[in-house]
Design a protein around this ligand. Structure first.
Ligand SMILES: C[S@@+](CC[C@H](N)C(=O)[O-])C[C@H]1O[C@@H](n2cnc3c(N)ncnc32)[C@H](O)[C@@H]1O
Length: 223
């Protein structure tokens, strides 16, 4: 089996990378990820209530939430968040409760605070994804959903080979291409965290990304 290339991926490096992306982010990634975002937001709007969007970036998704959904957005990059704040003001988005710099691995909210936790193209950018996923599960109320748009790396074959070779190249840009086979997400889920898989489906582009919905098991209802 080919060796997995793992590189250091620290918070400061990611923060700086996205501070640099901020001025051109919407131009480069607005269109390419739009179908995935549309699907994730539709799933969120169906649940409604209070939503935490982690890694909200420039706030590109914010205008698409239904007016009855209340959103709090967080991100590690101050420059990305400035763009989001400008968007909220310019569009008068009254359903955005707040925007704050916050690390996905250390959320400053009490347990069970949100009906939906949403992270679009974020999990693979976080240095310790399992720590972030644990945090997402913690702040979610029982019965609520964790909705992520995320890269699922190939287990084998040509795509795996390319993803591994690309990893060192894209690292300074704040991306990780390898290391995220489905088995990694499944292992997190199997770790008795009170979460279950509700849905997993491919979204464009190129079948490299998936929309994944996890539900926090409501123990009181299940009993
Ligand atoms: C690929 S962008 C996605 C932005 C947006 N969600 C979208 O759909 O376009 C990844 C975002 O995650 C943020 N991010 C990376 N690491 C983070 C962390 N540890 N905590 C919070 N946000 C983080 C980045 O600053 C960036 O805004």
């Amino acid at each position: 089996m080919a060796e997995i290339i793992k590189l250091d991926f620290d918070r400061e490096m990611v923060e700086q990378a996205y501070d640099r992306w901020a001025p051109v982010y919407d131009l480069v990634f607005g269109g390419v990820f739009s179908k995935g975002r549309k699907a994730a937001i539709a799933a969120t709007n169906r649940i409604g209530g209070r939503v935490l969007e982690v890694g909200v970036g420039t706030g590109i998704s914010l205008p698409q939430y239904a007016p009855h959904v209340r959103i709090f957005g967080t991100d590690i990059s101050e420059a990305m968040l400035q763009k989001a704040k400008k968007r909220v003001t310019e569009l008068g988005l009254k359903n955005v409760e707040g925007l704050a710099v916050m690390d996905a691995e250390k959320l400053e909210f009490p347990d069970n605070s949100f009906d939906v936790v949403m992270a679009q193209y974020v999990v693979t950018a976080v240095p310790n994804p399992e720590v972030a996923l644990d945090e997402f599960a913690r702040v979610l109320r029982p019965g609520g959903e964790l909705i992520i748009l995320t890269r699922v790396s190939a287990d084998a074959g040509v795509r795996r080979f390319i993803e591994q070779r690309l990893q060192p190249v894209v690292r300074p840009l704040g991306f990780r291409t390898a290391e995220f086979a489905w088995s990694r997400y499944a292992q997190w889920l199997a770790g008795a965290r009170g979460m279950e898989l509700a849905e997993r489906r491919l979204v464009p582009p190129l079948g490299h990304f998936s929309l994944v919905r996890f539900r926090k098991i409501d123990v009181a209802k299940a009993a």
